[in-house]
Design a protein around this ligand. Structure first.
Ligand code: AMP
Ligand code: ZN
Length: 461
């Protein structure tokens, strides 16, 4: 079935295109200067849902995610300090140590949430030479200029600049303020290469002076390196629409002479206490915070699945409790069907599958796809056919449904009481009583294994 995704640029759902039989897919990755909270994780969950939709519907994929480990300033629009530089000074560690520490944590959370690893993960600092080449091409093609502070992109040269964010060049609110560099030609012009101040830690030689790349150029360069000049799908958080992706589009055109990305898609934010969940606005939770409170990563994944990526999702503990209850119901239903002996009419199974696939193909509609899983699982007849269908759906949903197993049954208190009396008998060296009680436990269907220091383990036979 053909996958259609809502294109933020054309404002229409469009079928994805393939290049050399593959969907080429880019998603803007994390800036590794701090913990990634569950808002950030919603972004990577969406990245994963789209990836899974592509694969589930039978396409091959080549997927790249960058890691920003240099050049992302505290404001997206070329102002403030470099986030990595700030973190290095804050934690008294090298930028490499900071990047590794926070990337490892982020990756661990992604794994726990069943977010599949893209074919390529590329830190910006690993492609500095390619970035310099990319900037040079932009200059050679007449889209850039050099000032005392670095190299800038001349936004007036790219006629479609502002189209994605729906703004025009007169709008002084977008792009950096001219005060940052008085040699800038237009307010929206953005930096491609920054000449480093003396105390800046991360810097490399370049034809324009020792410095470091602007934030936006890494994504164009990394996309070009791993996916080439045609990118089927490019995604990221909705805040990237007006600056970061606008700038990527302009850079891509300036380098290649044509538009590079077919479909731009954007996810809305995870909200908390009336605003976007973010470090600066206070209340954030990490996956670990939730695990400490007794929630599992799959509870959170099920919570994420319940909202479409194009809508903001409100985080509350009540909603997470509901997701936890739902996951526990899901487990019960899965187990009910797993050993079910009934045969379900093939047409019924096909109907479920057709509906499910239609929702996946229609702009990756996770909540509606999920509703088909529930419908199927609520079928009155216990059947392995339904179980197998759910496992197939889980290739898209990623809820670990195939790992759900009967929980080990609790040992009844009666057995534990007998075992405790036996333990006392052993301490008193009353071995005939101890043997008698062991036989009793065995006759009730349990085995007792003796451990050092009179400890024991009870196993159901
Ligand atoms: P950053 O590490 O700040 O570059 O953010 C990584 C990703 O998380 C970006 O794609 C952001 O758009 C996304 N993001 C940040 N906050 C939220 C949020 N509250 N909800 C959803 N996505 C978010
Ligand atoms: Zn990006």
């Amino acid at each position: 079935m053909e996958l259609k995704i809502y294109n933020s640029l054309s404002k229409k759902k469009e079928p994805i295109k393939v290049y050399n039989n593959k969907v080429t897919y880019y998603f803007c990755g994390p800036t590794v200067y701090w913990f990634q909270h569950i808002g950030n994780m919603r972004a990577f969950f969406v990245m994963d849902s789209v990836r899974r939709a592509v694969k589930y519907l039978g396409y091959e994929i080549n997927h790249v995610m960058n890691i920003t480990d240099v050049g992302h300033l505290t404001s997206d629009a070329d102002e403030g300090a470099d986030k990595m530089d700030v973190a290095s000074k804050r934690e008294n560690k090298s930028p490499e140590e900071i990047a590794k520490f926070y990337w490892d944590l982020c990756f661990k959370d992604m794994k726990a949430l069943n977010i599949e690893t893209p074919e390529h993960i590329c830190p910006a600092t690993s492609v500095i030479d390619e970035i310099i080449e990319f900037v040079q091409k932009i200059l050679d093609n007449g889209f850039g200029y050099i000032t005392k502070n670095g190299v800038y992109f001349d936004t007036s040269k790219y006629l479609n600049y502002g189209k994605l964010g729906g703004m025009n060049q007169q709008d002084k609110k977008f792009g950096a303020r001219i005060s940052v560099d008085d040699e800038k030609r237009n307010p929206a012009d953005f930096v491609l290469w920054v000449i480093a101040k003396d105390n800046h830690i991360q810097k490399w030689p370049s034809p324009w002076g020792v410095g470091y790349p602007g934030w936006h150029i890494e994504c164009s360069t990394i996309g070009n390196k791993f996916l080439g000049e045609h990118i089927s799908l490019h995604g990221g958080g909705v805040e990237h629409k007006t600056v970061h992706h606008e700038n990527e589009i302009a850079q891509n055109f300036a380098c290649t002479g044509h538009e590079v990305v077919d479909i731009w898609f954007h996810l809305e934010h995870l909200m908390f206490n009336g605003g976007k969940m973010s470090k600066s606005s206070g209340g954030i939770y990490t996956l670990n915070n939730l695990i400490e409170k007794g929630y599992s990563p799959m509870d959170l994944r099920l919570f994420y699945l319940s909202a479409h990526y194009s809508k903001p999702q409100n985080f509350t503990f009540e909603a997470l409790d509901n997701a936890r209850d739902s996951y526990s119901n899901l487990k019960k239903l899965i187990l009910k069907h797993k050993n079910g002996k009934n045969k379900i009419d093939e047409k019924v199974i096909n109907d479920y599958k057709e509906k499910f696939d239609k929702f996946v193909a229609d702009d990756v509609n996770t909540p509606l796809a999920l509703s088909v899983l529930w419908d199927a699982l609520k079928n009155n007849l216990d059947s392995a056919d339904i179980y197998n269908l759910a496992i197939e759906f889980d290739k898209f949903l990623g809820l670990d449904l195939d790992k759900i197993e009967e929980e080990k049954s609790e040992i009844p208190t009666e057995i534990i009481e007998i075992a405790e009396i036996r333990k006392q008998a052993r301490i008193n060296k009353d071995y005939s009583k101890s043997d008698e009680l062991r036989d009793k436990i065995t006759s009730l269907g349990y085995t007792i294994l003796d451990k050092p220091k009179n400890e024991y383990e009870i196993i159901k036979k």
